[in-house]
Write a protein that binds this ligand. Sequence first.
Ligand SMILES: Nc1ncnc2c1ncn2[C@@H]1O[C@H](COP(=O)(O)OP(=O)(O)OP(=O)(O)O)[C@@H](O)[C@H]1O
Length: 443
Amino acid sequence: MPNSPNSHRTLTASPEGALEVPTLEVEVTLEGGARVAAPLGLTPLVLGSSPSCDMVLSDARVSRKHCEIALTERGVMLKDLGSKNGTQIGDVRVVEAQLATGQVATLGGSLLVVREAGAPSILPLSTSIRFGDVVGTSIPMRALFARLERAAPTSETILLLGESGTGKELLARGIHEASPRKSGPFVVFDCGALSPGLVEAELFGHAKGAFTGAHATRAGLLEQAEGGTLLLDEIGELPLDLQPKLLRALESRQFRRLGSGGYKSFDARVIAATHRDLARRVADGSFREDLYYRLAVVQVNVPPLRERREDIPLLVERFLAGQSPRRTLGELPPGALEMLRSHHWPGNVRELRNTVARLVLFPDLGEQAILRAPAREGEAPHSLTRLPLREARELVVEQFERTYLTEQLREHGGNVAQAAETMGVSRQLVYRLMERFGLPRGN
Ligand SMILES: Nc1ncnc2c1ncn2[C@@H]1O[C@H](COP(=O)(O)OP(=O)(O)OP(=O)(O)O)[C@@H](O)[C@H]1O
C-alpha cells in the first residue's frame, strides 16, 4: 500500500462491532545509520536503551525507558516517559502528541517514523463490556471478549496468557459459564503449588498402595472435573516429565491413575493459564512444543492493566459497587481516580481491587493505599466488616501471607528452596508470592 505522507491512522470501530486496524511499522534510524523496526499493533511499544524495552535503541542519548508509542482511537500517540533528552516532533519537545504516518520524531540522536506496512485488518469486537464477571471497555478487552464468545461454547482447549492478576482465572470461569458444561464442575489446579512429586497423583489420582501413604484409591482432578471444566493454572510450572502424560491424556481423552494398570476415559474441557512466556519456555526446552500447540488451539493474551487504563474507571466503579454499603465513584477522595489511573499496576486488576478496598477503609491513606501500605495495626479487623466477605478475606490472607513469607525467608536466611520445603510448597510458588508482595529476590 502506498504511503500517504503525514496522514493520521486511527483505530475505527464500525457500528457492527468490528475494528479496522491499520498495519503499521515503527522504524528507528540510529545515529550511525543502523535501523530497527517493529510492527505496531494494539499493544503499545516502549522504546529505550534498556534491554527490557520492546524496541531497544543503542543510543547514548536515549534514556532507559524513553518513550511509548501506541495506536489508539485518537491516532498514533507518542508519549515521552520522562526521558532526559526529551522526545521531539520537528522542533517541538512533546510530552504526548499525535504522530502522523511519515512524520519524523527525534529521540536523542535517533529518528523515529511510523509507516504503513500493508492493508488494514478487521478485528471483531464484542458489543458487550463484560464476559462473565470480567469487565472491560478497552479495545483489547472487547476484542478478547469477542474471541471468547466464539470459543466458549465449543470444547476446544484454550490457553490464557497474561501477567498475574490480569483476570485469567475469572475469564476461565466465564468460559465455563458460557459453555454447555456450565452445570458441571469448575475445577482449578495450580500446577506450581505442589512439589513436583505430588502433581501426578493430584491430577490423575492414584490407586491404593501406589506410594507410601496411599491408603485408599483416590480420584484425581481430571476425574473430579467430569462433565465440566478443568483449569490448569500456572501450566508453565508443570514438571517436564509429566508433560507427555498430559499430552497423551488430552489427545486420547484417557488417563491412568498413578499405580494403576488400566486407562480410564474422561470428559472434561481443559483450559490452561500461565503468567510465563510459554513460547520462550518452548524455545529454552523447559516446555514441550507438542503440548504447547495442543493447549494453544485458541490462544488468548490478556493484556496487563497498564496497557488498558481506559478500563480503570469501570473496574473501580464495579469494585466500589461491591462494597457494603454500596459506594460510587463520586465518593472517592478528590484526585483518587486520577492517582489510580496513573499508577503502573504491577499486580494488575487484583492490586487495583485491593487498593480500592483500602481506599474505602482508610480514605485518609491517599497515595499510601496504592503503595500497598499494610493496614495500621488494630484498625483492620474492626473496619474489615465494612467490606464484602470475599474482599475482606483476601486482604487478611494477603497480609497474613506477606508476614508469613517474610518470616519464613528470614528464618532460612533468604534461602527460597529451604523456605519452600518448610512451607510445603514449590519454590515457584514462593517466587510468585515474593513477586506479588514486592519482596526482593536474593535476600
Ligand atoms: N476485568 C476484570 N473485571 C473484574 N474483576 C477482575 C478483572 N480482572 C481481574 N479481576 C479481579 O482480580 C482478581 C484476580 O484475578 P484472577 O485471579 O482471575 O487473575 P489471574 O490472572 O488468574 O492471576 P494469577 O496469575 O495470579 O492467578 C479477581 O478475583 C477479580 O476480583
